[in-house]
Design a protein around this ligand. Structure first.
Ligand SMILES: Cc1cc2nc3c(=O)[nH]c(=O)nc-3n(C[C@H](O)[C@H](O)[C@H](O)COP(=O)(O)OP(=O)(O)OC[C@H]3O[C@@H](n4cnc5c(N)ncnc54)[C@H](O)[C@@H]3O)c2cc1C
Length: 662
């Protein structure tokens, strides 16, 4: 049997994975009854774009996109449900997921979070219904990661009461913008606000770019199509250039800064850098959604590869009547099962982010309180780390699955090549992963204190040297250090699968790397090294600090899921997955742990043996683990995962095999 196996354990695991979003998932699965949502191959770019737009409009009619918008404007008021629903779009087509993310997450999210009541009333109902299609124009040809220095200008003229939006040169042209090439009529344009002869920093403006979807650009707007991309061909990415385009004063999304009719600028956030980070921080939902979309793609790829691995036969043991299924080879298990276990880990880390997003954006929370501010900073920082590691994990896992399916994996109908092409850029958009890890490290180094928001990169270096090292020194006083080291260097005979040991070890590494980074910065600053040179020389350390902290966070989230699992059989399975995930990370990084005296050579070898043992132990339940992702059969769609290989094997068995007795 090839379809989903609905055993009690699969059901229990599915329920744990779905959490409070089970109903959202079921509602979404209904879309697959409509052939419009079935994955197809062989579409040329114009046809793919048309189909993606049709899918987007059908989604809007279904009402799902309303989930995350405020109830006052016809929305569902549940940001967590919106993210959970969004990530399921990956099973239909990642182009649809990205186009929907632009329309409702980026464009709609910017109007919601950066605009005020006048914008909400006027635009949110039409954005939700899809009657108004928009785009989010932040990146410029010359400024992608460093968007604070983008160069489009919006100059206020008191005489006319208008902003004049201009692209000073090609470097300042908006680039890669989703929905811009064909469908968007309104753009959220990020530009330097100029009034009364002063620049007030980056703000967002609503700028009409065409009268109707597919129509010609409006006067003063130049639209270019980005053309062929490495994937996501259903999304119309474009470039925008503005030649003195006039928009009314009210086009400014004015939640964090406004201009009076006389041209006087006011803002509730005085510091320009802090204001910029506060504005960008409100868009964190986009980053969390991208991480979720990549995770769904990894789940789909693993479902295809594990199903195929259970049917595909190669090589015969001496005396055996049949060839072995490839998933019975340890090497094959080693490729797929740690990746599967880590996909579970990322699932629970993503759940943590979604829960936190729901909590910090819920109606009862006072967003101006110190605690709420710190919570939001922590969420931004954690979302940056999990988006970076999660999208890298997805890209690597999809490639592994492609190879694990051999030549069949390379056929477009089996979906893996498309998933690989489409997820590639997830490591770049919504923040380049390397740059995001630097953002995460900034949160760690400043401990999310008030200064976090105001500090640019060099300010962070100065802050660490001035403020943090004393705290670090106190934290790593000799007696505490000895106790912590004792906890993470257990007796040689202790079980390497012990979850408490994994947790302590990951937490110790996270703390140690941040502490040693702070000391290194302090030493160099005290020696008089130029701040930029300090920043540059510790970048590898910064990235390791972010990675180590994110990995500790992911393991904690997985541990909580195991502890909270109400079904004992499902909990046992989750505990094995959690151990395999942790041990696979330990095995990958054993050089570091050996160098730092946290692993002996014997224990390091024991880790490798334990990975082998756990792979063998999880092998019989591999199908249960992927079936629990509960991807609708129509959303899997790959013939090799739907029984084509099993059927071929059956026919072969039934036919007279001329080599059977050799
Ligand atoms: C398909 C697609 C869709 C997109 N959609 C949109 C959209 O709808 N709206 C929008 O506004 N933008 C969009 N973007 C733009 C996207 O967000 C940017 O490409 C991204 O932020 C990276 O910017 P960049 O391309 O300028 O790369 P760069 O910032 O030039 O980065 C290039 C390389 O330099 C490295 N690097 C940069 N700074 C540092 C540093 N300080 N330290 C170490 N390494 C560094 C990066 O890690 C990266 O590897 C899209 C991009 C693509 C490809």
């Amino acid at each position: 049997m090839v379809g989903r196996r609905n055993g009690a354990r699969t059901e229990a695991l599915s329920a744990v994975l779905a959490g409070r979003y089970g109903a959202v998932r079921e509602q979404f699965a209904e879309h697959f009854a409509d052939p419009l949502f079935r994955p197809v191959t062989d579409l040329d770019r114009p046809a793919h774009r048309r189909r993606t737009l049709e899918q987007l409009q059908a989604l809007a009619r279904g009402g799902g996109p309303r989930l995350g918008f405020p109830a006052d404007y016809g929305g569902g008021g549940d940001m967590g449900a919106a993210v959970a629903a969004f990530q399921l779009l990956a099973f239909a087509d990642l182009s649809l997921l990205v186009k929907a993310g632009v329309q409702w997450g980026l464009f709609g999210g910017a109007v919601q979070h950066l605009g005020t009541e006048r914008h909400h009333r006027r635009y949110l109902p039409d954005i939700q219904s899809g009657a108004l299609l928009g785009c989010f124009a932040m990146t410029e040809t010359g400024h992608g990661s460093d968007v604070q220095r983008l160069r489009t200008t919006a100059t206020f003229e008191p005489d006319t009461g208008e902003f004049v939006v201009s692209t000073p040169d090609e470097d300042a042209r908006k680039d890669y913008i989703g929905n811009a090439a064909c469908d968007a009529t309104l753009a959220v344009v990020f530009a330097q606000l100029l009034t009364a002869g002063r620049s007030e920093g980056v703000h967002a403006f609503l700028v009409p770019i065409r009268a109707e979807p597919g129509g010609a650009p409006l006067p003063g707007v130049l639209v270019e199509d980005c053309g062929a991309k490495g994937g996501l061909e259903g999304v119309d990415n474009g470039r925008l250039t503005f030649d003195h385009v006039r928009v009314p004063r009210e086009a400014l999304l004015n939640r964090y800064g406004d201009v009076s009719p006389e041209g006087v600028y006011t803002s509730p956030v005085d510091d320009e850098t802090k204001r910029f980070f506060v504005m960008v921080g409100t868009l964190v939902q986009g980053r969390i959604s991208v991480a979720g979309g990549a995770l769904s793609a990894a789940q789909l790829a693993l479902t295809i590869a594990v199903r195929y691995g259970e049917q595909r036969r190669q090589f015969r043991a001496p005396g055996a009547a049949e060839d072995l299924v490839i998933l019975d080879f340890l090497a094959h298990q080693r490729r797929l099962l740690p990746a599967l276990a880590s996909t579970y880990a990322f699932h629970f880390a993503q759940r943590h982010l979604v829960d936190e997003l729901t909590r910090v954006t819920s109606a009862g929370v006072d967003p101006t309180s110190d605690e709420a501010t710190k919570d939001r900073r922590r969420l931004e920082s954690q979302a940056a780390g999990i988006k970076a590691l999660g999208t890298w994990h997805a890209v690597a896992t999809i490639q592994t699955c492609r190879e694990a399916c051999g030549g069949a994996g390379y056929l477009a109908e089996n979906r893996l090549t498309q998933l690989r092409a489409d997820t590639d850029v997830f490591t770049t958009f919504e923040g380049d992963n390397t740059v995001l890890l630097q953002l995460m490290a900034k949160g760690l180094l400043t401990e999310y204190r008030d200064e976090f928001g105001e500090l640019d990169t060099l300010g962070t270096i100065r802050f660490v040297a001035d403020h943090l090292v004393q705290a670090v020194l106190e934290r790593s006083g000799v007696s505490q250090l000895t106790q912590r080291i004792a906890a993470v260097v257990p007796a040689e005979s202790a079980d390497v699968r012990d979850r408490g040991w994994h947790r302590d070890l990951f937490a110790w590494r996270a703390e140690h790397v941040v502490d040693s980074l702070a000391r290194r910065i302090k030493r160099q600053v005290d020696d008089g090294t130029d701040l930029f040179a300090v920043f540059n020389s510790v970048q590898d350390h910064v990235l390791l600090a972010a990675r180590a902290s994110t990995e500790a966070l992911i393991l904690e989230a997985f541990g909580r899921a195991v502890d909270g699992c109400p079904d004992p059989a499902a909990a046992d399975l989750l505990a094995d997955c959690c151990a395999l995930h942790a041990l696979a990370v330990l095995e990958r990084d054993r050089g570091w742990f050996l160098e730092h005296g946290r692993l002996t050579p014997q224990r390091s070898k024991a880790v490798t043996s334990a990975v082998d043992d756990l792979c063998a132990r999880l092998r019989p339940t591999a199908r249960t683990l992927v079936d629990a992702f509960a991807i609708p059969e129509a959303g899997i769609a790959a013939p090799i995962a739907l029984g084509a290989e099993a059927e071929r094997q059956r026919l072969r068995r039934e036919a007279v095999d001329p080599l059977a007795n050799r």
